[in-house]
Design a protein around this ligand. Structure first.
Ligand code: SAH
Length: 220
């Protein structure tokens, strides 16, 4: 992973370390792999010049097309709930800036990420290429149907709010796989961890949250 291994001073490292300590560790994020990945991935590379100064702030930040990069804590909570060990095949719905995609790529074996805005995919692809990721496949389309082509997935991470758990996504989850998805009305949802056991969903609520809507056939 070229750029991530270059030992040149990173002016954002202090901010990133502070983000990890005060926004994540102090609030109960304990998965070492997640903390390490969030310390290494340069979040500022995924936002435009105008927003670089806010890249490590404790809130979502605009990324264009009326979309946002999720708050660091919500990203960390979601990743921790997936419990990735390194060998998984993962699907992400809502590539957005590609920030969370990069984290998934560091934490799992292969990542398939789908986004409905082609312009966001293009810019995410450029950033991920520049950082040297080669285990990511980006697709433009309606991710509320998932991506049957590469199913089943050991883990699925949905970054946009759905009215319920889309049937196609659950079907594409491997047995014993885990999905994290915000479910609920457009202005306030709960982040659910959906575990597939014996073909049935076992649902745990992680947090209250607020995401942009999942726009599509099996979304809003
Ligand atoms: N994980 C992203 C957050 C992006 S916000 C990041 O780290 O930057 C949620 C994204 O979901 C938006 O980019 C939005 O365009 C996308 N989205 C909404 N509905 C979608 C759908 N049906 N299929 C794919 N992407 C969708």
């Amino acid at each position: 992973m070229s750029i991530l291994d270059i030992a040149e001073p990173d002016p954002y490292l202090v901010e990133r370390r502070h983000m990890v300590e005060s926004q994540l560790q102090d609030r109960g994020i304990h998965d070492e792999r997640v903390l390490e990945a969030m310390l290494r991935i340069p979040r500022h590379e995924f936002v435009s010049e105008d927003y670089k100064s806010q890249a490590y702030a404790d809130h979502p930040t605009p990324i264009g097309e009326s979309q946002t990069i999720s708050q660091p804590f919500i990203v960390a909570v979601s990743l921790q709930a997936l419990g990735l060990q390194g060998g998984e095949s993962v699907m992400e719905v809502g590539t957005g800036s590609g920030y969370q995609t990069a984290l998934l790529a560091m934490l799992a074996r292969a990542v398939y990420s789908i986004e409905r805005h082609a312009a966001l995919t293009q810019s995410a692809a450029a950033t991920l290429d520049r950082l040297g990721f080669n285990n990511v496949k980006l697709v433009v389309g309606d991710g509320s149907h998932g991506l049957q082509e590469f199913a089943p997935y050991d883990a699925i991470l949905v970054s946009a709010a759905a009215p319920g758990i889309p049937r196609s996504l659950f079907d594409q989850l491997a047995e014993d796989g885990r999905m994290v998805i915000p479910v609920g009305p457009q202005h306030s949802q709960e982040l659910q961890l959906v575990h597939k056991r014996g073909g049935q969903p076992v649902i745990n609520v992680i947090e209250g949250c607020r995401f942009v809507p999942l726009i599509g056939a099996e979304g809003y």
